[in-house]
Design a binder for this molecule. Structure first.
Ligand code: DHE
Length: 560
């Protein structure tokens, strides 16, 4: 709380008005020290991703005890968790909302829901900062570069390995795509979010939600972690330097908290530079927690595209001179999240999810190419590129908040697509999906299919299924595959969400994870992409909560 003199100086009459309103609010609930610790942990693991550490909201709503904001017409709007009250909050957490919040009754106990409802009515603690020194202190090299193999020491086809997140066990399984055998399970950070590849394809980088970044060497007889560093307290993204001459040289990881990114040596993870992302939103307001969302590496320039969620600023960071770092800051729209390249890999398309927009950046000119309005809460994953029979090259996104798949026309320098220029950056088609709650879409250059999941749909049947569309004729009825049933595993109390279709290197198979309960043995179901029949069910007692899967070749070359 600011001393009165300061609040007068900096807060002015608004601050006084806010203080008066706050005086009329119910008093904040109390928590014992032990309850607070438990609630903090649950909040970090389950809530912070959408609502933010400072609870200012992004994909999810603002969860501060009390907030007020000025509307465009000059009037003040206020709200907050204290106003909503204990019963209403318990109800929202238990049952979810139509706005996209999932129901937590199968994830948290009744007591935990009661506790979390009290916790979010109290003022959020500001977590500590994390500097270059702390990053360096956390850095470990298990196998120094000169003690690593000089050539591949195993017989695995390294073009077709899948790095699979075992979410709740804090591990990654490396699965041989040819034999479907689990080759190695490595301990990583908590709930690994993504795996990305070095330009050479030798190293896999996996980032845990707790900010622990692990480097796996695929050349070892049994692939294992060779270096590790903690880049922050809460993180989601990592990528490497892929431009010619910089292969395997650098890695970059983005944090949610503190809001910053860290540049590291590619083969040791030695932290070299930490860059804060705090600053102004595209609307010109200061934001204290602008989190780093997706990061991709350009192949046409020594640059990373770093998307800053709360500010809506897209950074093109030139890594050719780390000491004198040059950054182009492109204003797009707030709440940037995930995205992928168009087929030419010149344009990066990223969802500004809570703004219901897709931003397209031209990495050749370093400018915003388009800002496209879409249906509610686009969530592309990396999107899906294919040639539409009527509209030419298109990129696809699904939606968390709507029951359509959106196709956006993308430019091409190939003369044979010149006739489609008139459609560029327009939404050319919305294909009806099975329902809302889609997270990922996927296709492959040799495939005739577009796959789309719906794991966040409230209906069990839909959450456990995926839909397959014929890209040559999208008017044909989609084929809906019930992945949970196809796994042959006994039904469990927890919904087994069918999530993230991923292709094999040759594009002949599609792998789908069954994201089940915290302790339930689950599976990855592998389908033949042509016949849509089950080819293999990969299961094991250690196959618990599989979510993201990354075919190393497709990830290395951005094929989607
Ligand atoms: Fe993700 C990508 C953030 C919840 C599985 N997720 C991303 C990216 C971001 C992000 C910023 C892009 C990374 C990149 O490309 O550099 N995800 C968040 C969240 O903030 C959110 C909403 C809440 C949270 O607390 O983390 C969230 N994500 C989830 C899940 O619940 C998912 C389904 C399961 C899980 O393992 O946690 C999940 N997210 C994924 C996957 C990708 C991803 C599989 C990568 C897709 C790809 O094909 O590259």
């Amino acid at each position: 709380v600011l001393p009165l003199a300061l609040s007068g100086a900096f807060g002015g009459s608004h601050a006084l008005a806010a203080a008066e309103t706050q005086a009329n609010l119910p008093t904040m609930p109390t928590l014992t020290a032990e309850e607070k610790e438990t609630a903090k942990k649950i909040y970090f693991e389950r809530c912070a991703g959408c609502h933010g550490v400072l609870r200012k909201g992004a994909t999810g709503k603002n969860l501060e005890p009390h907030w007020n904001k000025k509307l465009p017409d000059g009037s003040m709007q206020e709200g907050g968790t204290l106003k909503l009250g204990q019963k209403r909050l318990e109800n929202i957490i238990t049952n979810g909302t139509e706005g996209g919040m999932v129901n937590f009754d199968d994830i948290l106990t009744k007591d935990e829901i009661e506790l979390m409802s009290r916790y979010i009515q109290t003022t959020p603690d500001v977590p500590p900062e994390y500097s270059l020194k702390e990053t360096l202190d956390s850095w470990k090299v298990m196998v120094p570069v000169d003690q690593r193999p000089k050539k591949q020491m195993n017989k695995i086809n390294l073009n077709n390995v899948f790095s699979v997140t075992l979410r709740d066990s804090g591990e990654v399984a490396l699965i041989d795509g040819d034999t479907k055998e689990i080759r190695s399970i490595v301990k990583t950070g908590y709930a690994v979010h993504i795996s990305r590849l070095s330009a050479s394809g030798r190293y896999v980088y996996v980032i845990g939600r707790d900010g622990r970044l692990s480097l796996i060497d695929l050349w070892m007889e049994k692939p294992a972690v060779v270096a590790e560093v903690k880049v922050g307290f809460d993180a989601r993204s990592v990528d490497t330097s892929k431009f010619k001459g910089y292969e395997d040289k650098y890695a970059v990881a983005g944090s949610y908290w503190p809001p910053q990114y860290v540049i590291m040596d590619g083969d040791t993870l030695k932290p070299l530079k930490v860059v804060s992302t705090r600053g102004m939103t595209v609307d010109g307001e200061y934001h204290p927690e602008p989190r780093v969302a997706s990061i991709v590496s350009s192949m046409i320039k020594p640059e990373w595209v770093i998307n800053i969620k709360e500010t809506g600023q897209i950074l093109l960071v030139d890594y050719s001179d780390i000491q004198n770092l040059k950054t182009t800051t492109i204003a797009s729209a707030k709440f940037l999240h995930d995205g992928g390249w168009d087929a030419s890999k010149r344009y990066f398309l990223v969802a500004a999810n809570a703004s219901n927009k897709i931003a397209a950046v031209d990495t050749k000119t370093g400018k915003l190419a388009a800002l496209i309005d879409t249906a509610k809460i686009p969530h592309p994953g990396r999107g899906a590129n294919f040639i539409h029979p009527k509209f030419g090259p298109v990129w696809t996104t699904g939606h968390l908040g709507d029951d359509v798949l959106t196709l956006i026309s993308t430019p091409s320098e190939d003369k044979k697509f010149a006739q489609y220029k008139q459609y560029n950056w327009k939404v050319v088609q919305e294909v009806k999906h099975v329902g809302s709650g889609n997270l990922f879409v996927k296709t492959h250059p040799v495939s005739k299919h577009l796959w789309a999941d719906a794991p966040q749909n409230p209906e069990r049947e839909l959450a456990e299924s995926v839909a397959v569309y014929d890209i040559n004729d999208l008017s044909k009825p989609k084929k809906v595959l019930n992945v949970a049933k196809d796994s042959g595993l006994p039904e469990t109390k927890a919904i087994r969400r069918a999530v993230q279709p991923e292709y094999s290197k040759d594009g002949s198979e599609v792998w789908i994870s069954l994201w089940g309960g915290k302790t339930d043995q689950s599976a990855i179901v592998v389908y033949d992409d042509k016949t849509l029949t089950v080819k293999k069910v990969i299961t094991d007692p250690k196959m618990i909560t599989p979510t993201g899967k990354f075919n190393v070749y497709n990830t290395q070359h951005d094929i989607y």
